[in-house]
Structure formats: C-alpha cells, structure tokens
Ligand binder design. Structure first.
Ligand code: MRU
Length: 364
C-alpha cells in the first residue's frame, strides 16, 4: 500500500541489517511513527503491546525476532528460549506458532555458522510469501464484490461491513479482508465500507478507517452495536472479515464481536465471508468453540479510552466506576455454519472440512 504516495510494507529489515523496523500501530491514526526493534525483547514487547498486531503480521514479526536472536546467539538453546518467549506474547493467532515453527525447522539442520544468513532469508521469505498470498486473496475475493455489484445492477456502491482491521496493517502488505476491496476498487467497482469501531482497542476506527482513507475508499465508521440495525435495514450487501485461527472444519476465530455480526447477518440473509491465508488454518483443531485459546487482555483497555484531546494531546480517559470489575475477551469463534464461504489464496471454498480439503488436499 502507498503511504503519502510511497509504496510501503508494514515491516522491513533496516539498511544496516542489524534490526527491523515497524510502524507503531498504537500511534495511528494520529501519528505515523516507525520503531526500530533490535532484540527478541523488543519484538516480544512490540507484539504484546500491539505496536504490531493482526495474525499474519504477528507471525512475520516473530520470525524476525528469531533472526535478531540468531544474530546474537545461534545455539539451539537460545533459539528455543526465543521461540518460547515469542510464543507467549499472544495466544490466539495461530500464525505466530506457524512462523516460529517455520523458522525452527529452517534452522535446526544448519551448522551454527550458517544460521544467521538462513534465518534472515527465511524471515524475508515469510514476508514475501505473505504479500503474494494476500494479493491472491484479493484477486479471488474481488470476484465476490464484482458479483455483488452486478447483482445490484451497479445501482450504488457495494455495501461491505467489516470488523477490526484485517487490512494492510494486519499483514505485510494488502491485508486479508481488505485485499479484495483494494483489488475490486482498482478494477473500478464502486464500494462503500461500514467500519465497526471494534472496542476496546478500536482497530476499526483507528486502523481500518485510516487505511481506507489513505487508499481513497469511501467508508463510514459505526459503533459496534450498529451492525445489527444496518443488516436489518438492507444497508449491507455482504460482510467480510479476517481470521486469527480457522479450524480444519471451517470454524473461524476472529476479533471479539465477529460472532454477533455473523449471527445478525444470517438472521437477515446477508452473506458472511471470511478471508484468510493458509498460515491461519490450524489443521490440528476441529471444534473451534471448544479448543481455540481465547486471549484475555488487561481490563485497563476496557476501563480507559485512549484518544487525542481537542488540543492535540494523546490521552486516556476513564469511562467506568473504579470499583466495577471488567472482562476483556479479545476474540470469539464463529461456527462454520454461519460462514457463507472462506476466501483463501487458493480460491473460495465452503467453510467446512470438505471445502478446505478441496483447496488444501496435502493437509486434509
Ligand atoms: O487483536 P488484533 O488486532 O491482533 O486482532 C486482529 C484481528 O482480529 C484480525 O481480524 C485478524 O488478525 C485477521 S487479519 C489479517
């Protein structure tokens, strides 16, 4: 994606080769700030504090964390400790474990002296693969948007509802759920996106809205509770979200609030699509509700709302009584039967074991 006219990725190795640089997503939409990560500790902090977030980008960042470790100490013990530390940062997105496993298996058979070069090569390949994968998701998913536009005889834009941020910022480039929107818009399809704010971290309001504004895609931010009303009144042609972990049977775990949107979409006969790369599929799991670990984050994220004051100061304000307890579940599971179809880099399939097996026979 271009930022201020310049094509950029969300993570890159620095010119001196000693670090990686990220966009600090906690500063958006008010400031575009990049940060240099020089150690496994820096990477673990960036993931845990959500300076980087989004399933594919978490995986790519963790891969670079292993590189930074190997540049310092390439022993088996050091690699194992780094992987354990990185794996502990966020439990739900399976891309994290997938990327660490990919790094581990690339490194384990290498002699010590070769490991640094191999690690940086493998992490760069994970990033390049993510870009190609997201581009392919965009191409396949755009067909759904073109169909929807033709079905309404091009009378007005395709009305898309999305949740959280499954865009460029959640991946290395393009995004998952937003990639079809970027692709279809490039192909001349008129699109309007309903962006749900995504309390408590507001990834919709802060990140998706920023991305879409930057790309010139018409959009409107709504509070999370508006989605049911819009779906009921015919204001949405299709829903399109990402996934942090998809089971082999097609259950989808995504940002908290996704499930309620899928229920409201089903009740109102609106298709609900989920876009995801192969790295998000957990082939070891079948029943998402029973088995996907759901991250619970610090209650302070619910207690305080962060934003910018009218005088331009970044600040936090409390919005509930100090004595009240809070719960902060970060993800929920949408069962496969509520998902109209999955959009992957290999094409579109039914959200089911048979559907995924038709696209990924080698894993099924
Ligand atoms: O907590 P986050 O911001 O990391 O959650 C991100 C999401 O839920 C996205 O929808 C998901 O990672 C899919 S992104 C390509």
């Amino acid at each position: 994606l271009k930022v201020a006219g310049v094509p950029r990725r969300t993570i890159w190795r620095t010119d001196d080769g000693a670090a990686v640089e990220i966009i600090d997503q906690t500063q958006l939409p008010h400031a575009f700030v990049t940060r240099r990560l020089e150690s496994v500790a820096d990477v673990a902090t960036a993931i845990a504090t959500m300076q980087v977030r989004g399933a594919p980008l978490i995986g790519a960042t963790a891969a670079y964390g292993v590189c930074l470790q190997v540049s310092e100490d390439a022993s088996d013990a050091a690699i194992a400790a780094a992987c354990e530390r990185l794996q502990a940062t966020r439990p739900t997105a399976v891309n994290l474990g997938w990327a660490l496993e990919s790094m581990r298996s690339a490194l384990q058979s290498q002699p010590l002296a070769e490991r640094e070069a191999v690690a940086w090569q493998r992490a760069a390949a994970i990033c390049d693969e993510d870009v190609a994968t997201c581009r392919a998701i965009g191409k396949h998913g755009a067909e759904l948007l073109i169909d929807a536009w033709e079905r309404k005889r091009r009378a007005g834009p395709v009305e898309v509802l999305t949740h959280c941020n499954a865009g460029w910022l959640a991946t290395v480039d393009w995004g998952t759920a937003l990639a079809p929107i970027y692709d279809a818009a490039e192909r001349g399809v008129s699109i309007h996106v309903w962006v749900s704010e995504t309390r408590p971290r507001n990834q919709g309001a802060a990140l998706t809205a920023w991305e879409l504004a930057n790309a010139g895609i018409p959009h409107t931010v709504i509070v999370d509770n508006v989605a049911g009303h819009l779906l009921q009144r015919g204001g949405v042609d299709l829903c399109l979200t990402g996934s942090d972990r998809t089971t082999a049977s097609g259950d989808v775990c995504n940002k908290i609030g996704t499930y309620l949107k899928a229920l409201a979409a089903r009740e109102n006969g609106v298709p609900f699509y989920v876009a995801l790369p192969h790295s998000t599929i957990d082939w070891s799991l079948d029943d998402g509700v029973a088995s996907i670990p759901i991250e619970e984050r610090d209650g302070a994220e619910v207690r305080f709302v962060a934003g910018r004051s009218p005088s331009g100061v970044q600040t936090e304000v409390a919005i509930l009584p100090d004595a009240s307890a809070v719960a902060n579940y970060a993800f929920d599971v949408t069962p496969a039967h509520l998902v109209t179809a999955l959009v992957t880099e290999r094409g579109i399939c039914e959200a089911s074991r048979a559907g995924l097996a038709s696209l990924y026979p080698e894993n099924a």
